[in-house]
Design a protein around this ligand. Structure first.
Ligand SMILES: Cc1ncc(COP(=O)(O)O)c(C=O)c1O
Length: 993
């Protein structure tokens, strides 16, 4: 008896799942697949597994779907419906009496990759993210049926015998060659790699995309297999490349996105190129097998094989070292594995290299061309690099040098390639070009096109080197090259050729283009990549590093390399510890600053409302000049007499109360606080330290210990025994609030209590640390009389009082130079940092001379950099600018303007709970409810993000992350403050309602 498959499906669906609906057959290699639309509009995928499918394979698929449902409920994967009796895989006999396993899953919307209209780098990246998360979830999934099967790449070597089934001789030859390489090179290198279960078939018919081209689903778990994890990527990459104009360009984002979520091992990255080709070979062998088994299908199978063959041919036509380097780099690795060894070898052996030109290339003779995006202020729209060069060259007296990494974007506008990968040395036509080290001729070419290279030679160097590397020479006289053939040996100092004339080398003035290559990324010399697209700079820097390693020219022959923000973020993640965080959801790449303005690399300008380091304005010319001038004269340490150190200490003490006449210069606020701690302990003999709750005093171990903000925060180890935490006086949400009498002394009573407690335990107080305005506490102004009362108690107990002015000193509060002065006290020790050098790393401690004397107990205090002449020069310039530009008056006026502005905004924005501060150290506390004071931290985060888009940089502060922190450079103008108020008004309307 026969039964039409759809009739059977209707019956099975109803019997097993109690579901009825319209069934549309879908393509499937073995199984019967149907799209089901139920009467209520619900859509499902109904699968009737092939009768000959081993039951455990069907069970495997069900098990994996269930595992993923638990592990990754948010991934766009099919979700399993259980049968009427709770079975994952109900079984029903078909008309032939064969048991058929059934599976019902959710229907995933989308268009298959192969049919999608819109698919681009973003699509590939979204697939990479999905596969990475899928594979991570599958790392702990095991199932006995996930055993290797014919399509598994890991077993490709066993297909070698069936290669002969491929009828077309060329395809047969190529597939055999690929499988041979796989067996010989890939298998041994992957042999030790751990295996895990993967989807195994993220091909262009199993990946679904939404209308925006983002992955909306991954279907078909029929090829699930336990194998090397990298095979997941090899399969996906192989199919993304099918039909792609530039196969590598579509594979790169797949790998980048995957690697960002699930690191790809270097050996995996190295072998991906071969694994992709192997996948094509497997596909060809399998198709050949099937067409032999089912001759009726042969024509159909061959058509899909044509696509595979085209992709395979395109990938094989690529330069292998370049493709491998690109894939390695996309996976997050150094593009060329040998780069490190080559660099190290050149560093050790460079002294043996000979001159490339027989000319004096010295600091006196070389002239770096004033070209490139970072130097040329006279470039005009529409002018080409060649034209600009022609303008500049005649004015140069000496040997012009074009820099490596020079960005030619200001010229040749619209060109994709703008970063120069070589050094250009301008010398007369006919100048001999000599081999700097032995090698042999690798490539010879003549690029006679306009703007071309003219005669080119590429030398390969391997004698004595750990890895081969190459040097390339362009703009040679083509006639000279006739004497060479590939493979000829070349000795150090041998003349390779002479510089060509302008007519011979693409119209350029005579010069040598010299490039270093860690991989031979071209098959023909004419294809040498001399200028590259800026987005590829980090890839190419790895392939073609600064050739001055070969030349040893005594000048900086390289322009600063500018990475695109996305690439920079990846590189940063690779090399910089993850404990360093970045601001904003999309971090900024700032490249310039002036006054209170920061300029991002895309030219966008931002008002900087949070930088109390660049106190007198970003890159203030007087500070820059002072630093540069002193750095050009001398930089040493405090073991020699130097005017700057003494002059600085003198200037600083004249700004402090006369009691604080001893000064130490250090390198940061943290170092200042650490030294203050040592001074206090030496002077008092005590061990205990008292701080205010939520305070932060620096990043050294000694200071993390006394910073509740850190030790009580995420990752903190809690309060150490020697530390005593006093209540934070918070007049807005604390125990005693605005308007209550004697708030200062009453908050200070807690200091008294703690002092009593610690002396009761027979401990002695060394120091009481306090910021005169509280930063991490939430930009709080201390209540009147607080420090006076607390200091008196601490001193009575034998301790010293330390004012941490790292955030708030140097005139920021407007009314006084130091914030402690607003409390009418004189501390025993004052510590300084941040603004002191306007960004130059510097700090200082001022104390009473008897404290400094107690510290001089025979042990020398030496600080290599602290107080060096350059730092002291920076510090002096900052003091001059604060005075000469009347910045304290500006701090006071702008502080008043902002305070009044925010107070008036508070009248219409109920989210503003409190506006406080002194001068340009302000906090605006946001609350969801002015009675309960529930913190509006989410609103604040949103405001900070949106204000960034509006061109104003702000940040959050306080224990509840709900205080808008405002502490701009003191030079901020009235108009700039007005802009900030206007923008924040608009943003609060939008974000906080
Ligand atoms: C109050 C206070 N003290 C000390 C420091 C430590 O300064 P630095 O990071 O320069 O070492 C900071 C830094 O934020 C600070 O805010």
């Amino acid at each position: 008896m026969t039964e039409h498959p759809t009739d059977f499906a209707v019956r099975a669906l109803h019997e097993a799942f109690g579901l009825q609906g319209r069934l549309e057959p879908l393509p499937g290699e073995h199984d019967l697949n149907f799209k089901v639309t139920a009467a209520d509009g619900g859509r499902y995928l109904f699968k009737i597994h092939a009768a000959d499918l081993a039951p455990e394979r069907a069970e495997l698929q069900a098990a994996i779907l269930r595992h993923l449902e638990h592990q990754a409920p948010d991934l766009p994967l099919p979700r399993l419906f259980l049968g009427r009796e709770g079975q994952a895989l109900p079984v029903i006999d078909d008309a032939q009496g064969r048991a058929r396993r059934l599976r019902l899953t959710t229907w995933l919307d989308g268009t298959t990759w192969v049919e999608a209209r819109r698919r681009d780098a973003g699509s590939a990246a979204s697939l990479g993210r999905l596969l990475a998360r899928l594979d991570r979830c599958l790392a702990d999934f095991h199932h006995p049926a996930a055993a290797p099967y014919a399509w598994d790449l890991a077993g490709a070597a066993s297909l070698s015998e069936d290669v002969m089934l491929i009828v077309d001789p060329e395809r047969h030859r190529v597939a055999a060659e690929v499988l041979q390489r796989f067996t010989a090179d890939v298998v041994p290198r992957l042999a030790g790699r751990p295996k895990q279960v993967i989807h195994g078939d993220a091909n262009d018919r199993n990946v679904l995309l939404d209308a925006d081209g983002m992955v909306s689903g991954l279907i078909d778990f029929g090829d699930v297999v336990e194998t090397w994890r990298v095979n997941e990527l090899a399969v996906a990459a192989a199919y993304l490349a099918v039909g792609a104009a530039d196969p590598i360009a579509i594979i790169r984002p797949l790998l980048q996105a995957y690697g960002a979520e699930a690191p790809i091992a270097e050996v995996e990255a190295d072998l991906l190129f071969d694994l992709i080709l192997t996948r094509y070979a497997v596909s060809m062998v399998m198709a050949a097998r099937q067409s032999r088994q089912f001759p009726g299908n042969a024509a159909y199978l061959l058509v899909s094989q044509d696509d595979v063959w085209r992709a395979m041919t395109a990938i094989r036509a690529l330069n292998r070292p370049l493709a491998v380097a690109t894939l390695r780099h996309a996976c997050g690795h150094e593009p060329v594995a040998a780069r490190r060894a080559i660099d190290a070898w050149i560093l050790r052996n460079g002294h043996d290299f000979g001159p490339v030109l027989p000319l004096a290339l010295t600091r006196e003779t070389l002239r770096i061309l004033p070209l490139g995006a970072d130097r040329d202020t006279a470039a005009r729209p529409g002018i080409s690099y060649a034209e600009r060069l022609a303008e500049v060259l005649p004015g140069i007296d000496g040997m012009p040098l074009g820099r490596y990494a020079e960005d030619r974007a200001p010229y040749d506008r619209g060109r994709a390639r703008t970063i120069h990968l070589a050094i250009d040395l301008y010398a007369p036509a006919g100048t001999a070009v000599q081999a700097p080290l032995p090698g042999r001729i690798a490539l010879i070419g003549n690029d006679a096109t306009a703007d071309g290279f003219g005669g080119i030679l590429v030398l390969e160097h391997e004698a004595g080197t750990p890895h081969r590397f190459w040097t390339a020479y362009g703009h040679l006289a083509p006639a000279d090259l006739a004497k060479w053939k590939a493979g000829d040996p070349v000795g150090r100092g041998d003349t390779l050729a002479h510089l060509g004339t302008t007519a011979e080398n693409g119209g350029w003035p005579p010069h040598l283009h010299i490039q270093l290559l860690t991989a031979l990324t071209v098959d023909r010399a004419e294809d040498l990549m001399g200028v590259l697209p800026p987005e590829d700079v980090d890839l190419w820097e790895g392939i073609s590093p600064n050739p001055n390693a070969i030349l040893g020219l005594p000048v900086n022959a390289a322009a600063p390399i500018a990475h695109r923000p996305g690439a920079l973020r990846r590189l940063r993640a690779r090399w910089i510890g993850a404990a360093l965080s970045l601001s904003y959801e999309t971090p900024l790449k700032i490249v310039r600053g002036a006054g209170a303005t920061l300029i991002a690399e895309d030219g966008r300008r931002y008002l900087d409302l949070v930088n109390n380091v660049c106190h007198v304005g970003h890159c203030h010319p007087r500070v820059v000049e002072a630093i540069a001038g002193q750095a050009a004269r001398l930089n040493t340490n405090t073991r020699y007499l130097h005017d700057n150190l003494v002059e600085y200490a003198h200037r600083l003490t004249t700004l402090l109360p006369p009691e604080l006449s001893s000064v130490f210069l250090v390198n940061s606020g943290s170092e200042a606080n650490d030294l203050a701690l040592r001074l206090a302990r030496a002077y008092t003999g005590g061990t205990e330290v008292m701080v205010l709750d939520h305070a932060y005093h620096g990043n050294l171990s000694s200071l993390i210990d006394i910073s509740p903000y850190k030790f009580d925060g995420p990752g903190g180890a809690g309060r150490p025994r020697h530390v005593w935490v006093a209540e934070m006086p918070d007049l807005y949400r604390g125990r005693i609030r605005y308007g209550e009498a004697e708030a200062g002394p009453r908050y200070a009573e807690r200091v008294t209590t703690l002092l009593r407690d610690l002396s009761g335990l027979d401990r002695r107080i060394a120091a009481f640390f306090a910021e005169p305005l509280l930063g991490c506490g939430g930009q709080l102004v201390l209540p009147e009389g607080y420090l006076a009362a607390a200091f008196a108690e601490v001193r009575a107990a034998g301790g010293v009082c330390i004012a941490d002015e790292v955030q708030v000193g140097f005139g920021r509060v407007g009314s006084h130079f130091w914030a402690f002065e607003t409390q009418g006290v004189v501390p025993d020790i004052v510590t300084m940092g941040k603004p002191i050098g306007n960004g130059h790393p510097m700090g200082a401690v001022a104390c009473r001379p008897e404290i400094a004397a107690a510290f001089a107990n025979g042990m020398e205090y030496f600080n290599t950099f602290g107080g060096n002449p350059v730092s002291a020069a920076a510090g002096l310039a900052v003091l001059d600018v604060i005075r000469d530009e009347r910045l304290m008056a500006n701090a006071a006026a702008r502080g008043e303007q902002l305070t009044a502005g925010f107070k008036s905004l508070a009248e219409c924005h109920r989210v503003i709970g409190d506006v406080r501060g002194l001068g340009l150290f302000m906090g605006v506390e946001l609350v969801r409810d002015r009675d309960t004071l529930e913190p509006a931290d989410r609103a604040l985060k949103a405001i900070v993000e949106v204000m960034k888009e509006e061109g104003v940089l702000l940040s959050s502060e306080g224990p509840h992350h709900n205080v808008l922190k405002i502490k701009p450079p003191l030079v901020i103008s009235e108009a700039e403050c007005a802009t900030v108020l206007e923008k924040i008004d608009g943003v609060m309307k939008r974000v906080a309602g």
